[in-house]
Structure formats: C-alpha cells, structure tokens
Write a protein that binds this ligand. Structure first.
Ligand code: NAP
Length: 328
C-alpha cells in the first residue's frame, strides 16, 4: 500500500484524488491546503485520513510515502523542495518548474536526499501512447520524418486566472505546449535547433505560440499551443513507411490508428481509461517506489530537462521572462 499526500486542492487535485480512490494499492492519506477549511472539505469529499492547513505540516508527516504536488507552476520548485527537504518522495505536476535551472536543482535535491522525483506527465503512461511507441519501435512507420501535435484550448481572459499571470508562470507554453513538445521529444529525441513564434498578450504571457523542432536528418516536429482558439488537438506521426494518428486531445486520447505508406488503415486501437486516465501515472510512481527507483524510466529527468531547455529557449526568443527571473 502506498500512502499518498496531495498539496493543493484545485482542479487537477480533485481529478487525481478521484483516481486514487479507485485504486486498490493507493491510500488517500493526507491533503494540504493553504486553508484548513479547504483541506477538510477536500478530505471529506475524497476520503483522506488527514487534512492540513499548511503545506509544511504535510511535508513533515512521516507516514506519507509520496506527495503529489498540484499547485500552479510558480510554486512547484518551492513545494517540491519543501517535501524533499522533509524526506518525502514527490510526483510534481507539469511543467515541473518555471525554467531549467529550477528543475535541475529539484532533481539534484532529490538525488542528494535519495528520494523519488518525477514530473506528472501522465500522457506517457497512457495505453494509447504506449501502443504508438510500440508501433514505432517495431518499425511499422519506418523513420519518423514529421510530427504534428497541437494543444489549443479557448480560455477567455481572466486577470485572476493563474494562466494569465506572469507571476504564476502563466502562458500557453508551460501549461499546454509542454504536451506536444514532450510528445515530439519522446518520439524523435532532442532537436538540434528550434524555430518559434508567439503572440504575447498585454498581460505579459504567451497567448498562442508555435514551436518547430528541427532535426539534423531534415525531420521536424510542428507544435502549437494557445488559449485563443479551440481546435481538436489531434496528432500525426508520419514516417517513410506509414503514419499514425492519435485522436482528438492526443495527449489523453484513447484512440490511435496505424496507416501504411499508401494511407490505408492497418490497425485502429481504442483504450478507454479504467478510471479517469490518471491511474496510469499513479501506478508508475507506485511501481518505482516499490522497486526502490529514484526516477521513472517512463518520464526520465533527462527528458524533462530537455523539454525545459526547449521552453527556456522559446521564451528567450520571445523575450519573455517571469518576474522571478528578472534578476537572471
Ligand atoms: N495533468 C493534467 O491533466 C493537468 C490538468 C490541469 C492542470 N495541471 C497542472 O496542475 C497544476 C495546477 O493546476 P490547476 O488547474 O489544478 O490549478 P488550480 O485549479 O488553480 O489549483 C491550484 C491550487 O494550488 C494551490 N495554490 C498554492 N498557491 C497558489 C497561488 N499562489 N495561486 C493559486 N493557487 C495556489 C491552491 O490550493 P490551496 O488553496 O488548497 O492551497 C489551488 O487550488 C498546474 O501545474 C497545471 O499545469 C495538470
């Protein structure tokens, strides 16, 4: 049995807690909020044993095996270090940090303390994604020449929403773009260069962006993310012997389809989630803990850091710094 703690009681914490409730080996042990009242009502709703009115109290609770950090981007660094300093393993939401420097320090601290740290990149543990990887590894589409992956959700401007606040690490790139970029890097590796454009809003964050990853063999991946339009967000992986599509909202799509070089459908697979789709990353973290691993092979730190470097480079090109970085 793995005893889970959750830090933050927002939208994704609720979804994650619902997945924990459906798993036999996972114990909903403690939840922490900035207010005790929130923590108590969350604990009651999702059957948590303990509720804390501060993140510190949960971090110090020695009965907790692993803490899931579900706070906004700008808090991940601080909240992860708090847990690691107090001896807790951590599964931290995406994007793992504001920038590469923070992420490197987080992984270095986990290593120093001999603790587990993984970015909660749930896409990579989902069955449809694993099937796509398998097809690629079997050579079913040959060498990948091109990937297209998008994540654009229309979100009306709200000055109080973390997504539009630079001080919260807002912007489409870190919130949405991290998925298509991770997808491309996981399947094609680290690019040799990137080309990127962004529409920066008057609130000081990227409202929409495009990031093209370029590879030495001429292959490339084209990604977009943004809050300004709503699209279907599917993905295509094209190789010299065939292609693969992933259904709408590719990063959580249950569906993937394999085509041959003439675009004839060869195989179509559907993997409905067992609970709500977050069960796979929970199982991965629990398996790592059971095996005594300090990092996940499914979401390796080297890859997380590669993606952070790409996102840093995008923001360098756009001349967009978060307020926390202004002295850098
Ligand atoms: N994996 C996924 O599918 C997925 C989906 C959505 C979001 N996410 C990620 O999950 C994280 C949280 O996103 P969310 O949509 O759940 O956010 P949210 O609804 O705004 O919740 C964030 C929670 O963090 C806590 N918090 C601590 N400091 C805060 C601050 N200064 N401002 C606002 N909240 C603060 C709050 O909990 P307390 O008041 O209880 O302390 C708040 O409820 C982000 O990193 C996001 O990228 C992942």
């Amino acid at each position: 049995m793995i005893r889970w703690g959750i830090i933050g009681t927002g939208k994704i914490a609720r979804t994650f807690a619902a997945a924990l409730q459906g798993l036999d080996n996972s114990v909903t042990a403690a939840v922490a909020s900035r207010t005790l009242e929130n923590a108590q009502s969350f604990a009651e709703e999702f059957g948590f044993e303990k509720a804390y009115g501060s993140y510190e109290e949960l971090a110090r609770d020695e009965s907790i095996d692993i803490v899931y950090i579900a706070t906004p981007m700008h808090k991940h660094y601080e909240d992860t270090l708090l847990c690691l300093e107090n001896g807790r393993n951590v599964l931290c939401e995406k994007s793992i940090a504001l920038n590469t420097k923070q992420a490197e320090e987080m992984f270095a601290k986990a290593e120093e303390k001999g603790l587990f740290l993984m970015e909660a990149m749930w896409m990579k543990m989902r069955p449809a994604y694993l099937k796509v990887r398998q097809w690629i590894n079997e050579g079913r589409i040959g060498d990948i020449r091109y990937i297209k992956a998008d994540f654009n959700n229309f979100i009306p401007f709200d000055k109080n929403d973390r997504l539009f606040k630079p001080e919260c690490g807002g912007g489409a790139l870190l919130d949405l773009g991290v998925y298509p970029i991770t997808f491309a890097v996981a399947l094609m590796g680290e690019p040799s260069s990137i080309e990127t454009h962004a529409h920066i809003g008057s609130c000081g964050i990227d409202l929409s962006n495009s990031v093209t990853l370029l590879y030495p063999n001429g292959a490339f991946a084209s990604t977009t993310s943004g809050f300004e339009v709503q699209n279907r967000n599917n993905a295509v992986i094209a190789g010299d012997k065939g292609s693969i599509t992933m259904g709408d909202w590719f990063f959580c799509s249950p569906e993937c389809t394999l085509y041959d070089a003439e675009s004839r459908q060869i195989e179509d697979r559907l993997f409905p989630p067992e609970i709500n789709g977050y069960e796979y990353e929970i199982r991965e973290a629990e398996k790592c803990l059971a095996e005594g691993l300090k990092t996940s092979r499914a979401v390796p730190p080297e890859e997380t850091l590669t993606i952070m470097r790409i996102m840093d480079e995008c923001r360098r090109v756009w001349d967009l710094k978060f307020p926390q970085e202004s002295a850098l």
